[in-house]
Design a protein around this ligand. Structure first.
Ligand code: BTN
Length: 319
């Protein structure tokens, strides 16, 4: 009910009377008063005027379950939220919950991670209070070889959501990093549990540097945040809700298409690599070429120095 009251207050342009809230939620005035007091304690500025009711004046940048549930307006994706003030890694939480039957679309969000995981065994720096650390649990009906394409869809959803909430020129670095001016603002780590022909679950973990003012020395050249780039702080819950909304639309279309052809051009237009010289980093050796964009499977097409078009399936490219 707290999430619903918050939503009613947020969506109302004026005051909402206590009576109206009582009738709507079928509870007493004392219960409404208690919820309002809790919200105030959590940092919401709520004006209470006699004979008029309550008006939400300002929301804090908190990531409580209620704050997120009051903003996310999807059908399945992010419809259920599990929130942790601190946890080891939201990907670990999501995988554990998947084993215990958590439903498709459940979103795991933390304010801080003590063991945040990056791609290729790297760690993901996860300080408290300013960033987004979230993992989405999916139980797709399609074949396991399609799972990596979900990462591409999440990269598009996150890039477009950031652009929607800021004026920043965010780009996608293949396969799924978001960068601004060459520095990383978002990383995605997708993990899967599957049999040869059947996906048990996929966890898409997303880390976004939102309101961070400082990075450790070793990251300063490589990473940035939306606050450092745009000079304005963003409500993390708003950005999460926008990402969920966009991902749901893309996911539903992908379920029908079973290919990335419908977003191929859209991805390529947002790609920092497209039409540019890249170095493909492969275990058998690095090589240079011109990136042409992704194909319908999300693989990067690169023209090598002999003029051949090669398909890069996995790994990394440096620009
Ligand atoms: C990368 O290396 O670029 C991927 C980083 C992914 C980080 C996110 S933060 C939320 C989720 N939980 C984790 O432990 N990792 C992902």
């Amino acid at each position: 009910m707290k999430a619903e009251i918050l939503k009613v207050l947020r969506e109302s342009s004026g005051h909402v009377s206590g009576q109206e809230l009582c009738e709507r939620f079928q509870v007493s005035r004392t219960t409404i008063w208690k919820v309002i007091s809790q919200l105030k304690e959590e940092g919401y500025e709520i004006e209470a005027v006699r004979n008029k009711g309550y008006r939400l004046q300002e929301s804090p940048d908190v990531l409580s379950k209620e704050e997120m549930e009051s903003r996310i307006e999807t059908r399945t994706i992010g419809k259920r939220v599990e929130y942790y003030a601190e946890t080891d890694s939201t990907n670990i939480r999501a995988k554990q919950a998947a084993g215990q039957g958590a439903v498709h679309g459940t979103l795991f969000v933390a304010d801080r991670q003590s063991a945040g995981k990056g791609r290729r065994g790297r760690s993901w720096d996860s300080p408290e209070g300013t960033e987004i650390f979230m993992s989405l649990l999916l139980r797709p009906q399609f074949a396991p070889d399609k799972a990596p394409m979900l990462t591409i869809l999440m990269a598009i959803a996150a890039a477009e959501a950031v652009r929607d909430k800021t004026d920043l020129e965010v780009k996608i670095k293949w396969p799924n990093d978001l960068v601004i001016g060459g520095k990383k603002i978002c990383g995605i780590l997708t993990e899967m549990s599957a049999e040869i022909d059947y996906i048990d679950y996929v966890v898409v973990g997303v880390g976004v540097n939102v309101n961070r003012k400082e990075f450790p020395e070793e990251l300063r050249e490589k990473a940035t945040s939306l606050l450092l780039e745009g000079k304005v702080s963003i409500k993390r819950s708003e950005l999460i809700a926008e990402i969920m909304q966009r991902f749901e639309t893309l996911y539903e279309a992908f379920e029908k298409e079973q290919s990335l052809r419908f977003v191929q051009q859209r991805y390529n237009e947002q790609s920092v690599n497209c039409g540019r010289r890249v170095t493909v980093l492969e275990p058998k050796g690095n090589w240079d070429g011109i990136a042409l964009g992704i194909n319908g499977a999300g693989e990067l097409l690169v023209e090598n120095e002999a003029g051949e078009i090669c398909t890069v399936y996995s790994g990394e490219v440096s620009v």
